[in-house]
Design a protein around this ligand. Structure first.
Ligand code: IMP
Ligand code: MG
Length: 333
């Protein structure tokens, strides 16, 4: 039995999509299953000159031998899902659970105005209103729509059976620790818990079945939407550092700050992290671009990584050095 859970350690957009697609190819899991909120999450994945922007499917879909699944805790926009299944060539190996919630027109409308839009800076994807309706027990689920039946499998059963058969399962989170409804900067958070425990509940895997928890941090912190961001840089300063980024779902410019050790320490605790992944090292140290061996990193870059390991008392095992799937230093033995 081997299961790996991958979650974000800051405010989402840590580069989980790219790390997960690397792990999906390198570790060749039988199943890649997505937990988290819904299509409010966006992951960008680069494969050669192809760029994929994923909102519903697990980011590990590049491994064509793997089944990709969405856990019952997630709410789905069927139009987005259908388009991604077609565009990314995953039909026949993409599945959802009968208890996945379904986003309808009303949720999109309610998410596009009022408090959620103006105060929280919600993504407008309908995810929050759909989860609110689920709490009220009035949300429709996947099993209520005939056209979804070809996609439905018992996701918790599938992943637990795979683990019993000693297969590898990759469990991917969305958003980031401090967007968690329980542990984040409430009310400027998403509509679910998105820490490792929440993600496991979303897909139906119990705490004793988890082997590794990888928390992904970017080399600096970004936040899209409103809410506190300690030591926030001006957009100008962020741009000068090469840290100006734009949201995958909303296109909004992300706010930026230096790597935050206090947040990171808390994220390690809340997620029970066994490993750390650091992304975009090449943005801090341009001489590291595309590097795949730790020994060949510059001294400054090595010190940056070693400092993280010392201060957080957790090994940095996977380091992103560029946008392509294989721009990775993998230090797992
Ligand atoms: P909602 O989840 O769309 O309601 O948005 C709530 C807050 O979480 C807003 O500040 C969003 O920008 C933020 N948010 C939601 N999903 C993501 C994500 O995947 N990455 C980064 N921020 C997100
Ligand atoms: Mg994103």
């Amino acid at each position: 039995m081997t299961s790996t859970v991958v979650v974000g350690g800051f405010f989402g957009d840590e580069g989980k999509g790219k790390i997960i697609s690397y792990l999906a190819i390198k570790d060749n899991p039988k199943i890649i299953v997505r937990g988290g909120a819904g299509p409010n999450a966006g992951h960008t994945i680069r494969d050669g000159d192809k760029v994929y922007k994923v909102r519903m499917l697990p980011s590990g879909f590049l491994n064509k031998n793997a089944k990709v699944m969405i856990g019952p805790g997630v709410v789905i926009n069927p139009d987005v899902l259908k388009k991604e299944i077609e565009d990314f060539d995953v039909s026949g190996r993409a599945f959802i659970d009968k208890h996945c919630g379904i986003i309808e027109e009303t949720h999109l409308i309610r998410d596009s105005k009022g408090e959620l839009k103006e105060k929280i800076g919600s993504t407008g994807s309908g995810t929050g209103p759909a989860n609110a309706d689920r709490a009220m027990r009035i949300l429709k689920l996947a099993k209520d729509f005939d056209f979804l039946s070809p996609l439905i499998v018992d996701v918790p059963q599938e992943i637990n059976s795979a683990l019993s058969a000693n297969e590898h399962v990759l469990i991917e989170g969305t958003q980031g620790t401090f967007l968690s409804l329980w542990h984040g900067t409430y009310p400027f958070v998403t509509s679910k818990d998105v820490t490792a425990s929440g993600i496991c509940a979303d897909v139906g895997i119990g705490p004793t079945k988890v082997n590794e928890v990888i928390v992904v941090f970017k080399s600096y912190v970004t936040r899209v939407g409103t809410g506190p961001l300690d030591k926030e840089l001006s957009l100008d300063d962020a741009e000068k550092k090469g840290w100006s980024e734009f949201g995958t779902v909303t296109g909004r410019q992300r706010r930026a700050a230096d790597f935050d050790f206090d947040l990171a320490r808390r994220a390690i605790m809340l997620n029970g992290a066994t490993q750390i992944s650091i992304t975009k090292l090449d943005v801090l140290f341009s001489d590291c671009a595309g590097e795949t061996s730790f020994d060949k990193l510059s001294d400054d870059a090595k010190v940056f990584i070693k400092n993280i390991e010392d201060k957080l008392n957790t090994p940095v095992t996977i380091i992103g050095t560029g946008p392509a799937v294989n721009d990775v230093i993998d230090r797992r033995s």
